[in-house]
Design a protein around this ligand. Structure first.
Ligand SMILES: C=C1C[C@]23C[C@@]1(O)CC[C@H]2[C@@]12CC[C@H](O)[C@@](C)(C(=O)O1)[C@H]2[C@@H]3C(=O)O
Ligand SMILES: O=C(O)CCC(=O)C(=O)O
Ligand SMILES: [Fe+2]
Length: 341
């Protein structure tokens, strides 16, 4: 049964956010777990990307204190009075947002901050995010992005090595580029203030991530779910010391569909607040997104038309969260000519 309710803690707008029955919980061994220091890590990552498009990473080398520091700063921001938080919004697309996700009518039981990784592309709204604790919060964001970008690049290099692609930085160089269009998202799924609101609600609707790779870290509150090939949803047990990696749409294209960007969503249990931080590693705006020529040398085998990241991004921002965005860029492989012999 779907219970309809309205959020009271997020802002003053009235909207309907559906409540859900929890999905079956996956046992932790069902999700691939990769120890980044394991000699076979690259093979395990390729297998996980082919089978799931999602895996958990341990022994990643990022200092737990840094993760906790950023989480605390984010919690501090979200605890500010609504009027102060609103000074950093609405998101266009960067800045503070509450309940509305993207520009096309998607809503969820969520408030968030979206930041561009490139300080040159920061808007005045970004400064408003940091206005209450300028040095500490900004420093935590910058240090965290630097570290997590390294994790993304390490994973991307393991992918190219595992796939036998030369050079090994074919993918990581796109994220390492100083003009790379990467971003960091800090999400807060608050607790409900009223007893009647204490239920499971849609926090972040189903979607795939558009970029190359996403690196997600959350506190120990559950909520993230992934969609299996048979369409069933399974809950991912939270683990505040690990990262969860998602294949993005751009990586699906660059591997010509060998890796799939995985649909995921967040069902927020409003009895415990969830805080997550996700780094989205993207290419530069002018980067051409095509299957990697060393993986798929013949253009006639390409399943996607060539497009730039900028084209993909603008088309994504015209779509709803749950839309299949790659559909516009698919191409039919040429049928081989059959002679009448
Ligand atoms: C509805 C939207 C929000 C989003 C941009 C979009 O038009 C479709 C994709 C959404 C998403 C999902 C992953 C990331 O959270 C995000 C920042 C992104 O790059 O694509 C969001 C966008 C957003 O919230 O602005
Ligand atoms: O908050 C989460 O745990 C995941 C959110 C998400 O999928 C996103 O921001 O793209
Ligand atoms: Fe996502």
């Amino acid at each position: 049964m779907v219970v309809l309710s309205r959020p009271v803690a997020l802002d003053n707008h009235i909207s309907v956010i559906p409540a859900y029955k929890p999905a079956p919980v996956l046992t932790s061994h069902s999700i691939p777990v990769v120890d980044l220091t394991h000699p076979e890590a690259k093979t395990l990552i390729v297998k996980a990307c082919e089978e799931f498009g999602f895996f958990k990473v341990v022994n990643h080398g990022v200092c737990p204190d840094l993760m906790t520091r950023l989480e605390q700063e984010a919690v501090g921001f979200f605890a500010l009075p609504q009027s102060l938080k609103n000074q950093a919004g609405p998101p266009e697309p960067y800045g503070y947002g509450s309940k509305r996700i993207g520009p096309n009518g998607d809503v969820g039981w969520i408030e968030y901050i979206l930041l561009n990784a490139n300080p040159e592309l920061s808007s005045p709204k970004t400064s408003a995010v940091f206005s209450q604790s300028p040095l500490i919060f900004r420093e935590a964001v910058e240090e965290y992005m630097k570290e997590v970008k390294e994790v993304s690049c390490k994973v991307l290099e393991m992918i190219t090595e595992g796939l036998g692609i030369e050079p090994r930085d074919s993918l990581s160089k796109m994220v390492r580029d100083e003009k790379s269009d990467s971003c960091l998202r800090l999400n807060h799924y608050p607790t409900a203030e009223e007893e009647a609101e204490k239920m499971v609600k849609l926090g972040f609707g189903e979607h795939t991530d558009p970029q190359i790779i996403s690196v997600l870290r959350s506190n120990n509150a559950a909520g993230l779910q992934i969609c299996m090939k048979d369409g069933s949803w399974v809950a991912v047990p939270p683990d505040h010391s690990s990262f969860f990696i998602n294949v993005g749409d751009a990586l699906q294209v660059m591997t010509n569909g060998r890796f799939k960007s995985l649909k995921h969503r967040v069902l927020a249990d409003t009895r415990k607040s969830r805080v997550s931080m996700i780094y989205f590693g993207g290419p530069t705006l002018s980067q051409k997104i095509t299957p990697l020529p060393s993986l798929v040398p013949k253009q006639e085998d390409w399943l996607y038309k060539e497009f730039t990241w900028s084209q993909y991004k603008s088309s994504a921002y015209k779509s709803k969260l749950g839309d299949y965005r790659l559909g516009l860029f698919e191409r039919q492989p040429l049928l081989t000519h059959r002679s009448n012999v």
